[in-house]
Unconditional design. Structure first.
Length: 275
């Protein structure tokens, strides 16, 4: 995140926003800047990619499903916009620790333990690590002691749209993002790679709520896509994973998506029309 902060300081904050007597490396200034940058970045990613997905990928026929709520899209967006600033508070604390040099993020490819191959391996290990972490955190949030208080709001959306992707209770949203932030404190990761993965993570979160159930046949039982995650919203105890189905299969929570078996939301709507 220090790359973004440095760019913001150089091109905007130092020349136009902050007084000349407030140095760039001062902790309070960095915290304030990170809070603004994090919120603007999160809002931009959510609204930009959510809108593109909603208008160009999401099948609007799903809005005719009986479990699609009245004014659901507006409610999803409103809930997300209220939650994101609160989610950003602990997130900024972790970004601040990164900026202050406590993580294992590095600037140059030469600093990678294995050069370019280390960069590509770190991308794979990031996905595997975060997928594992999110699986167990997500599953824990379904425990009766946590579900009603923190995770139930996200399950209001039985037939989610892309805008449901970030419509979490703030504690829920931060907890499920925690593996992303923990990774660079445990393992070396290139800074630009980290920013790219941060964007990818947000886009992927939107994609598994987009109602597009198409997955290449060979990958249907490997990739956790929208069909898998929609069944999680519908049937509650299945498909907790983020990218892959591996941990659901290990944990006994994997469910073959109903959309692949002719029993999904689209099939339900077709049967309603036939009646």
């Amino acid at each position: 995140m220090d790359l973004v902060l440095d760019a913001a300081d150089r091109h905007l904050l130092t020349p136009y926003v902050y007084p000349t007597g407030w140095p760039e490396g001062e902790p309070c200034r960095q915290l304030l800047s990170l809070f603004v940058i994090t919120n603007l970045g999160a809002l931009t990613l959510y609204l930009l990619f959510g809108t593109l997905s909603y208008y160009f990928i999401f099948d609007h026929e799903l809005q005719k499903h009986p479990q699609f709520l009245e004014n659901q899209v507006r409610r999803e967006i409103t809930y997300a916009l209220r939650s994101l600033p609160w989610i950003s508070v602990p997130t900024v604390a972790l970004f601040f620790a990164e900026v202050r040099g406590y993580s294992k993020l590095y600037d140059n490819i030469e600093d990678s333990p294995c050069g370019w191959s280390g960069v590509f391996l770190s991308m794979l290990s990031f996905l595997l690590f975060t997928d594992m972490g999110i699986y167990w955190i997500h599953r824990a949030l379904h425990h009766k002691l946590l579900y009603k208080r923190f995770h139930k709001p996200h399950h209001l959306w039985k037939i989610p749209t892309p805008f449901a992707s970030h419509a979490f209770h703030p504690v829920d949203g931060f907890m499920q993002s925690l593996p992303y932030h923990i990774y660079p404190f445990l393992f070396p990761l290139h800074k630009v790679t980290y920013l790219g993965l941060y964007i990818f993570v947000n886009v992927w979160t939107i994609s598994i709520h987009d109602g597009d159930y198409r997955v290449p046949r060979l990958l249907r039982h490997v990739i956790n896509g929208s069909a898998h995650h929609t069944d999680h919203h519908l049937y509650f105890d299945y498909n907790y994973g983020q990218y892959f189905t591996l941990w659901d299969k290990i944990g006994g929570s994997y469910k073959s998506p109903t959309a692949f078996e002719g029993k999904g939301p689209h099939d339900y709507l077709r049967k309603l029309r036939e009646k």
